[in-house]
Design a protein around this ligand. Structure first.
Ligand SMILES: Nc1ncnc2c1ncn2[C@@H]1O[C@H](COP(=O)(O)OP(=O)(O)OP(=O)(O)O)[C@@H](O)[C@H]1O
Ligand SMILES: [Mg+2]
Length: 114
């Protein structure tokens, strides 16, 4: 998931978590880097903003998060682009002057959406 500071990445994650039936409050993982929740699917909510390199992400266990069971949502995913699977869905958020958001979803199985 891409988008500048405060674009709404964590807010979208809250919506996805709700759709997964997760009732816990979703908080920003900026300092913890990874938060895990149990719903219809396991959810890894990852924020790589504070990581220095893709290697740090690999050392955190990216393989299990990305290739195990469940869903992984990565805020600032462009920082670890080399580790992102080809079939990942990319969500890009842009804040507009009127405080609305433009949201682009790429690599969705049925075509890109905006
Ligand atoms: N679609 C939206 N429309 C209007 N305001 C929004 C929208 N999405 C998020 N916001 C507001 O923008 C602020 C930042 O949202 P959020 O924390 O989700 O951003 P973020 O991209 O995760 O930020 P960070 O880069 O710090 O992780 C919050 O106050 C939130 O309520
Ligand atoms: Mg956030």
């Amino acid at each position: 998931m891409r988008g500048t500071l405060a674009a709404g990445k964590t807010t979208i994650t809250k919506g996805i978590a709700r759709a997964l039936g997760i009732e816990e409050t979703i908080t920003s993982p900026t300092f913890t880097i990874v938060s895990e929740y149990e719903g219809k699917l396991h959810l890894y909510h990852i924020d790589v903003y504070r990581l220095d390199s893709s290697e740090d992400f690999v050392n955190l266990g990216s393989d299990e998060m990305l290739y195990g069971n469940g869903v992984s949502i990565i805020e600032w995913s462009e920082k670890v682009q080399s580790e992102i699977p080809k079939k990942a869905i990319t969500i890009s958020l842009e804040a507009n002057a009127d405080d609305s958001r433009t949201i682009t979803i790429e690599n969705w199985p049925y075509g890109d959406l905006q």
